[in-house]
Design a protein around this ligand. Sequence first.
Ligand code: NAP
Length: 242
Amino acid sequence: MNPFSLEGRTALVTGANTGIGQAIAISMGRAGAKVICAGRRSCAETVAQIEGAREITLDFADPMAARDVFSGEPIDILVNNAGIIRRSDAVDMREEDWDAVIDVNQKALFFTSQAFARAVFDRGGTGAIVNIASLLAFQGGIRVAAYTASKHAVAGITRVLANEWAARGINVNAIAPGYIETNNTEALRNDPDRSQAILDRIPAGRWGEAKDIGEAAVFLASPAAGYIHGTVLSVDGGWLAR
Ligand code: NAP
C-alpha cells in the first residue's frame, strides 16, 4: 500500500469553494480520498473537479456550526481551512472585526475539531486533522492584529490537541502557508510596493500557488505522516528560513 495514498478515507475540507481549500480538496481527491466540500456558499466548482465528491453547507457565522456534521458517515480527515482576514491599523481595530476573525479562525476551528474527535472516538476509529495556520503563527504581521492572534492560537490549539489525541489515534498538525495567490492576499498583490517587497524576500522567487498547500495537506493526512504530531509545517518558499 502506498503510504502517501488517501484511498479508502473520507476527508472534509472547510472553505472548499475557493483558494487553498479548493486546492486541498482537489489534491485529496486525486490522492484517492472521498471528499466532502464544506462551504458557506456553493462548492459546485470544486465538486465538479473531484470524482465522487459532494458538498455540505457550513457557515461559521455560528462557530459551533459543525456540531452535528460528524455524526453521520465516518469522516477520517478534517481540514480546518476556512479563515478570514480584516486589515486595519491596530489603533483603529473594531471589536466586531476582532470577534469575526477570532470566531472563524480560532473558535470554529477548535469546536469543529472537537466534534470530529468525538465522532472518531465514539466509533473507535483513527483520524487526521490538518489545520491551516499562517506565517503569522510565527511572525507579527502588519495591520492584521486579530488575524495574527488567531493564527498564533491555531498553532497552540494544534499542539494541545496533538498532546491529548496522539495516543488516541488522531494526528493533529498544521500548515503555515506563505504568501499564496488567493482572495486572502488580493489587497497585498494589488499594492505594487508591498507585492514587490514580499516577492523580493521569498527565496523561491515566486508567490505560492494554492496547490502547493494541497499537496502538503495530503502528506500530513496520509499514513506517511503517521508519527508526525503537533507540527506546524511551513510551506512558504523559504520565507521563514530567511
Ligand atoms: P480565501 O480564498 O479567502 O478562502 C477562505 C475560505 O474560507 C473561503 O472558502 C471562505 O468562504 C471561507 N470562509 C470565510 N468565512 C467563512 C465562514 N464564516 N464560514 C465558512 N467558511 C468561511 O483565502 P485562502 O487564502 O484560500 O484562505 C484559506 C486559509 O488559508 C485561511 O485560513 C487563511 O487564513 C489561510 N492562509 C492563507 C494565506 C495566503 O497567502 N493566501 C496565507 C496563510 C494562511 P467564502 O468564499 O464564502 O468567503
